[in-house]
Design a protein around this ligand. Structure first.
Ligand code: ATP
Ligand code: MG
Length: 399
């Protein structure tokens, strides 16, 4: 019997007390948005479970979409049928027989949400287990460590039969933790940082500093493409593209070369904080990871971070490059990130950047610039690009 329904489990939400209803509603809305493109699919919430019901749909594309919805802990493709013991037995047997050869043992786990159903759950386990054993002699019962658990839930008029859980992405539903502003370069790390922030339930906006013509239109398009990939996990994403050419030129003209990166980063943070305030984001997110490059020492973070009051989150701080790359590959940003288009930091890379910049020197160097005006003009000149998940593939592959 083909699955005609998917049972969804969600975990952490249950811990959230009075916010639980909000969280559940958000999760259901996020699921609906993901499954909108399939026709004849309904998503309903019922007693701590979410049900996706459908008729003639292939299940894999739906599971693929659901695997990108944070807050989901697991999925079970299920068969929904009338609550009659004969039908349930048959469906349980079909489920057991549809497994691969690695499944040799099973147990039945029945639940009766509706006590009007005449058979108790122990008795159901026995009957269904006996039925499977009688028809599939190669299978054995193992109540402690079975390869397959045959779940049976009787819920009123309908019952559900399903097997082992497919793990979901976990995390919290996007939109449940407030809004953040991601500093998105064209590199490998910041898209992964954005993904990890989304996993904790934030709504994402992104800011990119663009130094045209030092950096090309294609470098900008690469960042748009990265943000577009993140919409698969984050829904709509607003990308702010900040004109950064004049600031970089001014830094090069007036500041010590060895401090140019430190000053540039300070100004990036100041502008990002302005944009965060303007667009009601409560934190910045960066792809910094300790010790990876010259500007990522603790001394450097001190000299840079001191110019803002807003929290700066660094989700990849504890990861090695290999771990970050593995996530980038899994979420589909890696191939775009490694395209060779230059980014504003590499164009002006000094020969010998200070790895342990001094905060006071950095402040003095920055003071040589008309920072207030430069920041104001950059913020005013910022271009807003709104991205949503439904952009089609043709528009997507720009190169
Ligand atoms: P990434 O792989 O994310 O580019 P990185 O290892 O190259 O990071 P840095 O160049 O030191 O590291 O940049 C640190 C962080 O600063 C980036 O992860 C990103 O959050 C932010 N950043 C750097 N350049 C830009 C830019 N042009 N626009 C927006 N944010 C940037
Ligand atoms: Mg980079």
């Amino acid at each position: 019997m083909k699955s005609n329904c998917i049972l969804l489990r969600y975990g952490e939400l249950a811990l959230k007390g009075k916010n639980k209803a909000d969280f559940e509603d958000r999760l259901v809305n996020n699921i609906r948005a993901k499954l909108e493109k399939f026709t004849g699919v309904s998503v309903t919430k019922m007693r701590g479970r979410i049900f996706v019901e459908f008729n003639d749909q292939a299940i894999e594309p739906m599971i693929q979409e659901l695997s990108e919805v944070f807050g989901l802990v697991g999925f079970s493709p299920a068969v929904r049928l009338d609550s009659e013991i004969e039908l349930i037995q048959k469906a349980a047997l079909e489920l057991a027989e549809s497994q691969g050869p690695e499944v040799r043992t099973f147990k039945v786990n029945s639940k009766r949400a509706d006590k009007r159903f005449p058979i108790g759950s122990q008795e159901m386990n026995r009957r269904i287990g006996g039925y499977i054993l009688a028809h599939s002699p190669q299978l054995k019962v193992d109540v402690h460590n079975p390869d397959l658990i045959v779940h049976v839930e009787v819920r009123g008029k309908y019952s559900y039969v399903y097997g082992n859980d497919i793990p979901g992405p976990g995390g919290l539903p996007v939109g449940s933790s407030g809004r953040v502003m991601l500093l998105l370069s064209g590199g490998i790390d910041s898209p992964v940082a954005g993904y990890l922030a989304l996993k904790r339930g934030v709504e994402l906006q992104a800011v990119h500093f663009h130094s045209y013509p030092f950096t090309s239109e294609r470098a900008k398009q690469k960042v748009i493409d990265l943000a577009q990939i993140l919409t698969r996990f984050g829904g709509r994403i607003r990308l702010h593209v900040v004109p950064f050419t004049e600031i970089q030129t001014e830094i090069n003209k007036h500041c010590y070369e060895s401090y140019s990166i430190t000053v540039m980063r300070r100004i990036m943070l100041r502008i990002s904080q302005e944009l965060a305030r303007k667009h009601k984001a409560l934190a910045l997110v960066t792809g910094e990871s300790l010790g990876q490059v010259a500007s990522q020492t603790l001394e450097s973070m001190n000299a840079i971070n001191e110019v803002v009051q807003i929290p700066v989150l660094r989700p990849v701080i504890g990861m090695d490059k290999q771990e970050i790359m593995a996530i980038a590959k899994r979420i589909g940003t890696y191939e775009t990130s490694i395209l060779p288009y230059e980014d504003c930091c590499t164009v002006f890379l000094p020969k010998a950047p200070k790895t342990k910049p001094d905060r006071e020197v950095a402040a003095r160097q920055e003071a040589k610039l008309d920072t207030a005006r430069l920041i104001r003009e950059a913020v005013e000149g910022t271009e807003i690009i709104d991205l949503s998940p439904d952009r089609n593939e043709e528009e997507f592959s720009y190169f």
